[in-house]
Design a binder for this molecule. Structure first.
Ligand code: SF4
Length: 706
């Protein structure tokens, strides 16, 4: 990889937002309010993921550092009815630790829960998992990445024995001759990714997009399959049926590199194109065209994203697309393959180091005795003292404050009051806690409910590693000092651990010390980081895991020779289509699907504080097809109310032919009554525990007089 030029001014680092982790430089450009340095962002051409591009969110990222409502002092609420008031760090941490001790003494160790985030660095995710299991001895830890890519992760583990979002460098996309992108709107969520798709198309490759909306990404495609929400799995079964019926499967590859094809062949035999058309709404002729395009390509890829994955059958849906990719002989061939386009900045690393309910560092299973023994040795504890698996993210949030659920929660880098499904109930449950401790940059909607709020440093004020969507471990560097009064998440965890009687040396606040321990804990695991050092990342521009020793080059394409299963072969797994957890009826006759817009990110806690982004996307809206709008008597710009079985949200009507006439779309970035997640269905996937964000049944009405 390219070596950073020592003469270029500024600090080379990466964007604070999404999983593409675009490279940028930060240069001091004078002093701003309070004498704090103002930083200028310039894109880096030496980072292959963005190759000199940035999206609007990246260009304006430095503004986040000087957000006017940035927290600079801890806040404390001594009684549930008292207001939050400023407090000193010792006072706030002492208060939190004392309450944790009281609550655990009264109700047991599992009465304290921990909730993390896919934006936390690898070091933070690692130390948080260790803190939960060792300092709190609670099994109740999970994170918002459960809501992101957990379905594709479960499917990849099942098929390949390893989950690395893209098991190839993102630049391989340009080498494909055809790509099937299922449920991803990359032109808005990660615009610089489009340059790889454009390079593919310039070289004659074809892009096929599956989405219920004609998104800006679907508009770039050669073929758009405008599917009925919740039917991606049926589409995959129909496509595989066609591939088999037309003799387009790669029998040599299936023979050499896979197991289990016969059962899958049988399971799709009844998925005639006409039946798949009836279920999905996609014309059979278009399905045939898609399959023939993929099969004719020398190199082809199938990529899934949240549109396919955020369903109560998300794991099986991703599995069905993996089955299709295997039948066509794609995974493990350079320039071809199956991949999941991860969303959050450290969505990949966030699921590898143990902040997930069922995982230990190194992407190990918490219920595996050998894994427990290894990690316990690194941590200097008895393996029998490590708690077992806890509740998944939504199940954890739903249990808060209930008789058998946690009474306290420590939350880092997440805003579930806006981002969790059935957000109204989640907010009520959080409010019912005896103790909520939130570490964040600003008083997010969730932090506003806390008893202790701890002001945290940001991306450009601290150093740490992240692992981007292609499994490349990157280094974010400190480019400016944090405002006085603010501390890093690692210092918060360390300070709490010390107050809970832990040896400070076991919970260091220095990211490099944490990373060195993470390397040892990951050694021999699936996500092996033991050969990765900060120096190597700096010199090589990033290192792909697994990287088991310092003289190992890293693994850009882990499946070239064999898959990570015991016999080295990928596994076909038969799966069945099923209807969405909630279908349309007379009271709720319209589908709702949710997603993101270009100028906002996730719960909006960050991007709503950047003026240019807020101007570009200021408020919640509801995208409605003209036919549906006419039927409902709704005109563009009017306020509408959307109601599901779980709640009511409001937004401005946007009339557009981009959406199907049986479906409305709402982005989920806003708070208050504009919260799309007041409506969404927490029906969970049985394997990944992913909620069904992407489809539920709603009623849409004009708000009279509004
Ligand atoms: Fe940042 Fe993602 Fe935009 Fe790149 S695409 S600038 S990483 S938000």
């Amino acid at each position: 990889g390219p070596v950073m030029s020592q003469t270029t001014p500024g600090t080379p680092t990466h964007c604070p937002y999404c999983a593409l982790q675009c490279g940028m430089r930060l240069t001091a450009a004078g002093a701003g309010a309070g004498g704090r340095p103002v930083l200028t962002v310039t894109p880096r051409a030496d980072v292959p993921a963005n190759g000199g591009g940035l999206c609007q969110k990246g260009w304006t990222a430095a503004e986040l550092l000087t957000a006017p409502d940035r927290l600079t002092t801890p806040l404390l609420r001594e009684h549930r009815d008292a207001p939050l008031r400023p407090a000193g760090w010792d006072e706030a941490l002492d208060f939190a630790a004392a309450r944790i001790r009281e609550i655990q003494a009264a109700h047991g160790t599992d009465a304290v829960a921990v909730f993390g985030g896919g934006g936390l660095t690898n070091e933070k995710a690692y130390l948080l998992g260790k803190f939960a299991r060792v300092a709190l001895r609670t099994g109740q830890i999970d994170y918002n990445g459960r809501f992101c890519m957990s379905s594709a992760a479960a499917a990849s583990n099942r098929a390949f024995g390893l989950d690395r979002g893209l098991p190839f460098p993102v630049t391989d996309v340009a080498r494909a001759d055809a790509i099937l992108l299922v449920g991803g709107n990359l032109a808005e969520t990660m615009p610089p990714f489009v340059r790889h798709l454009a390079a593919m198309r310039q070289a004659g490759g074809r892009l096929i997009v599956v989405d219920p909306r004609r998104t800006p990404t679907a508009a770039l495609a050669d073929l758009h399959l405008q599917i009925t929400p919740g039917t991606d799995l049926a589409l995959a079964l129909g496509l595989l049926h066609i591939a088999i019926a037309e003799g387009l499967v790669d029998t040599g590859y299936i023979e050499r590199r896979t197991t289990g094809f016969a059962a899958v062949r049988t399971s799709v035999s009844a998925w005639w194109p006409e039946r798949a058309e009836r279920v999905t709404g996609v014309p059979a002729s278009r399905m045939r065209e898609a399959v023939r395009t993929l099969a004719a390509a020398r190199n082809a890829m199938i990529l899934t994203a949240r549109g396919a994955e955020q369903h109560a059958k998300g794991t099986d849906t991703a599995t069905a697309f993996i089955n299709l990719a295997l039948a066509l002989g794609l995974p493990g061939r350079p320039g071809s393959g199956y991949g999941c386009v991860t969303g959050q900045g450290n969505g990949q690393g966030g699921r590898e180091h143990g902040q997930k309910a069922d995982q230990l560092p190194g992407y190990r299973r918490l219920d595996d005795p050998a894994a427990r023994a290894h990690v316990a040795r690194v941590w200097g504890v008895d393996p029998d003292d490590l708690p077992g698996p806890g509740r998944s993210a939504y199940e954890l949030l739903e249990a808060l404050g209930t008789p058998h659920g946690p009474k306290a929660m420590l939350l880092f880098g997440s805003n579930p009051v806006v981002s969790a499904p059935r957000a109204g109930l989640v907010a009520d449950r959080i409010a019912a806690l005896d103790l909520l401790v939130v570490t964040d940059l600003v008083l997010s909607e969730t932090a506003a409910l806390a008893d202790v709020v701890l002001p945290a440093t940001q991306w450009a004020e601290e150093t740490g590693t992240l692992t981007n969507l292609e499994g490349r471990v990157l280094l974010r560097r400190r480019a400016a000092p944090p405002p006085p009064g603010v501390r890093g998440d690692l210092a918060v965890i360390s300070g709490l651990a010390r107050r809970l009687g832990q040896d400070p040396a076991a919970f260091p606040e220095d990211p490099r010390a944490v990373f060195d321990e993470l390397r040892r804990a990951s050694a021999g695991g699936i996500a092996d980081y033991s050969g990765i050092t900060y120096e190597r990342i700096e010199a090589e521009g990033g290192v792909f895991w697994p990287c088991p020793s310092e003289d190992h080059p890293g693994t850009p394409r882990p499946f070239l020779d064999r898959f990570a299963t015991p016999d080295g072969r990928a596994r076909f797994v038969p799966v069945e289509h099923r209807a969405p957890a909630e279908d349309l009826d007379e009271r709720y006759p319209v589908y709702l699907t949710t997603g993101r817009v270009l100028a906002q990110y996730q719960s909006g806690a960050q991007t709503r504080r950047v003026a240019a982004l807020n101007e570009a996307a200021p408020e919640a809206y509801v995208e409605i097809h003209p036919d549906l709008a006419e039927r409902l008597g709704i005109a563009a710009g009017e306020r509408v109310r959307v109601t599901s079985r779980r709640g009511t949200a409001e937004g401005v009507a946007r009339i557009s032919t981009a959406i199907r006439s049986d479906t409305v779309f709402m982005p989920f970035h806003w708070a208050g009554e504009g919260r799309a997640n007041l409506l969404t269905n927490p029906a969970l996937d049985p394997t990944s525990r992913m909620p069904e964000f992407k489809v539920c049944a709603v009623r849409v009405e004009r708000i009279p007089g509004a």
